[in-house]
Design a protein around this ligand. Structure first.
Ligand code: DQA
Length: 146
């Protein structure tokens, strides 16, 4: 089974960036651990700070992969174009945010892409990615709606 994690802007700075909010671990350090926990999943990873590059990748994988774990960073709160890309594809998308966006500034409370995702995991730190992958693995056998 093929799943991709797509991280948006500034998530390349995990481990250095606002560590009180996002933690001290870089994604590059976390990814091998995650792959070790899901040996039966082909787990791809893509990060970009550019909206267009994120859309290109969502489109490229979104008709073939078994699932996408998407943390679009700040674009979650601003980008109708990324929301449209998520709506357009067939692969199920689980939205992840490391921080509890609902406990932060008001502008982080709304995410344009959430209605097009199968679900959202917020505030559980890096573990949110593992929970999303676990859901996508199980979801193959248990569709949310017919
Ligand atoms: C984030 C939350 C966003 O509001 C923020 O802009 C990010 C990271 C998170 O993972 O908590 O860049 O998506």
């Amino acid at each position: 089974m093929q799943i991709i994690i797509i991280n948006g802007p500034n998530l390349n700075l995990l481990g250095q960036r606002e560590t009180a909010i996002y933690g001290k671990q870089s994604f590059e350090h976390y990814l091998p651990q995650l792959r070790g926990r899901f040996p039966e999943v082909q787990l791809d990873y893509f990060q970009s700070n550019s909206e267009g590059a994120l859309i290109d990748r969502i489109q490229a994988v979104g008709f073939a992969y078994d699932g996408i774990v998407l943390n679009a960073g700040a674009y979650s709160h601003t980008s109708i174009a990324i929301a449209d890309a998520v709506a357009a594809i067939h692969s199920p998308v689980v939205e992840v945010h490391l921080s509890n966006i609902h406990a932060r500034e008001k502008f982080r409370h709304h995410c344009y892409l959430s209605p097009y995702c199968v679900g959202s995991i917020v505030g559980l730190g890096l573990e949110g990615y593992a929970l999303a992958i676990r859901y996508l693995q199980d979801a193959r056998h248990q569709p949310v709606a017919d």
